[in-house]
Design a protein around this ligand. Structure first.
Ligand SMILES: Nc1ncnc2c1ncn2[C@@H]1O[C@H](COP(=O)(O)OP(=O)(O)O)[C@@H](O)[C@H]1O
Ligand SMILES: CC(C)(COP(=O)(O)O)[C@@H](O)C(=O)NCCC(=O)O
Length: 508
């Protein structure tokens, strides 16, 4: 699946910079600076674009050894090129990371508990003039990232997820989706250094727990600062952006109640709200989403993708997620689990529990003879079914509690994992008597990184000023009161809809 972009000009997004890395102001003597994102939307379409990634021209007299001078493109130049408002002011400081984001390469990074996800924007509208002026290291990074599909020990580019014809900050290009094991961060940093990234990039937009954990490593090893964004904020922004870009981003399983026959079908997710969002990463976070900047974290469980992989490795001796899934595909959980029929001899009719339902996960494994007859494949399958059913159950309870009828599952646990997706689709539909729908998204685990990259999108940031969403708070809680718990204060419209908990559609 290669994705060709749709018009995203109406997309609005409100990412919050969690903590500005460079809190010490770097004084400069410049007299002008560009207001980088605020006025982007006022740029006339006809405005001539010049080379946006030329490096070297300086405006701020920052110290020689500062990462803000030689590696950064002039703010003034950037502003003029992009038609941004040039403000006469002496208050220019180099402490605003948003200024630095303007220079290419553009990345968004989600450093998760298991995998690091990197989304890279490759400009495709480079003019010959720009090409001449482009720094060689920038060109070679672009070539390296886009021509290869494997990097270092564990890096992979998911070429099938590439998004073409995407417009970000008035640049047309492609988005590339790259992942590597978070445990391989040391190698990634060495590679980044070796490829000259450290000379070009001063600030990386990052999310996920690793944005905090590895902050010092980035600074010390490659002299890069991390501009940190909340992983749940960026997750939602990334999802909304991908949905707008890609008509077939969202899908469901038709005939979900018959797992053998259920089939993937596109779902129109253009009117998404409200919905339950289940992010199955190493662990699981469950959100109730009411609007682009209006959500709360309603639940979570530590029994997630990491649990599946960990238990599978323990039980089967496998070493990779792909191997675990392959084993699970060939196995049969019924040899491991205790079914209703193993206990009742058939169905438990009174409460609608059919005989083939799992009554007790791994419930046969206390018996020596049963233990000796199960295969690695059966154990892998039972592990997958156990973890997936548990996630499905919690998600369904959350949907019931929030009175929502759509449950969107994301996260890399679903990667190459149709068994889990079909089981989740089944669980949503069957246990709700058809009132709940399980939905899935093609870019599975990349939304956090994508949401981070969208910081580069001038239109989106500019839309912040116009949008009726007035959510600005950054606190997060997991209590059940929506008002207290909401990530952002609600404006009148959204609070009205919030009072009514019914799963009605909210216009985007
Ligand atoms: N190549 C892989 N290596 C390790 N885990 C993988 C891989 N592909 C999918 N997974 C699954 O995805 C989970 C991580 O999902 P992800 O959304 O990236 O979460 P996190 O942000 O916590 O790393 C793993 O726990 C595992 O179940
Ligand atoms: C701590 C996390 C948000 C980290 O995200 P992840 O890297 O797992 O995607 C997630 O693992 C989680 O929500 N765990 C469950 C915690 C709980 O509610 O019990």
């Amino acid at each position: 699946m290669k994705v060709t972009g749709r018009d995203v000009s109406k997309f609005s997004c409100n990412l919050k910079l969690m903590k500005l890395q460079n809190s010490t102001e770097k004084k400069c003597t410049c007299t002008t600076f560009a207001v980088p994102v605020i006025t982007m939307h006022k740029t006339p379409k006809t405005h001539a674009r010049k080379s946006p990634w030329r490096s070297g021209s300086k405006i701020c007299n920052t110290p020689q050894n500062s990462p803000f001078n030689s590696r950064q493109r002039s703010y003034k130049t950037i502003g003029r090129e992009r038609g941004e408002k040039i403000t006469n002011s002496c208050s220019c400081t180099a402490s605003r990371p948003e200024d630095e984001y303007l220079s290419m390469p553009w990345f968004g990074m989600d450093i998760g508990g298991t995998l690091t996800k990197l989304v890279y924007f490759e400009p495709k509208d480079i003019t010959p003039g720009e090409q001449d002026e482009e720094a060689e290291s920038l060109r070679s990074i672009r070539r390296y990232l886009t021509k290869n599909s494997a990097y270092g020990k564990t890096g992979h580019r998911d070429a099938h997820l590439q998004m073409d014809n995407v417009e970000i900050r008035k640049r047309k290009g492609s988005l590339h989706f790259i992942r590597f094991q978070t445990t391989d961060m040391g190698n990634f940093l060495s590679l980044a250094k070796q490829k000259g990234m450290a000379e070009l990039v001063t600030t990386v937009c990052a999310t996920g727990g690793g944005a905090f954990k590895f902050e010092n490593d980035f600074r010390e090893q490659v002299n890069m600062k991390l501009a940190k964004f909340d992983e749940l904020d960026t997750l939602i922004k990334g999802i909304l952006f991908a949905e707008i870009q890609n008509r077939t981003e969202c899908y469901y399983y038709e005939n979900a109640r018959d797992i053998m026959k259920s089939e993937k079908k596109a779902f129109d997710f253009s009117q998404p709200y409200p919905f339950i969002l289940v992010n199955v990463g190493s662990g699981v976070s469950i959100l109730a989403v009411y609007g682009p900047d209006n959500y709360k974290r309603v639940s979570g469980t530590s029994l997630g993708g990491g649990t599946f992989l960990g238990l599978c490795c323990l039980l089967t001796g496998c070493n990779t997620f792909e191997e675990a899934i392959q084993l699970a595909t060939k196995g049969d959980n019924r040899k491991v689990d205790k079914l209703v029929r193993d206990i009742y001899g058939g169905d438990y009719d009174r409460f609608g529990l059919t005989g083939d339902l799992v009554a007790s996960s791994f419930g046969q494994m206390h018996l020596k003879d049963k233990r000796s007859s199960v295969s690695r494949e059966d154990l892998a399958n039972a592990t997958l079914v156990t973890i997936t059913n548990n996630i499905g159950l919690i998600a369904r309870m959350c949907a019931l509690n929030e009175k929502m009828d759509k449950v969107v599952f994301v996260g890399n646990f679903l990667r190459v994992n149709p068994i889990a997706m079909k089981l989740l689709a089944y669980a949503m539909e069957f246990w709700s008597n058809g009132t709940l729908k399980g939905l899935f998204l093609e870019h599975e685990g990349y939304f956090g990184a994508l949401g981070c990259l969208l910081q580069f999108n001038g239109e989106i940031a500019a839309a912040l000023n116009d949008t009726s969403d007035k959510c600005t708070a950054t606190s997060q809680s997991s209590t059940t009161d929506k008002r207290e718990n909401c990530m952002s204060p609600l404006d009148d419209t959204s609070s009205a809809s919030n009072d009514d908990n019914s799963p009605k559609e909210t216009q985007r």
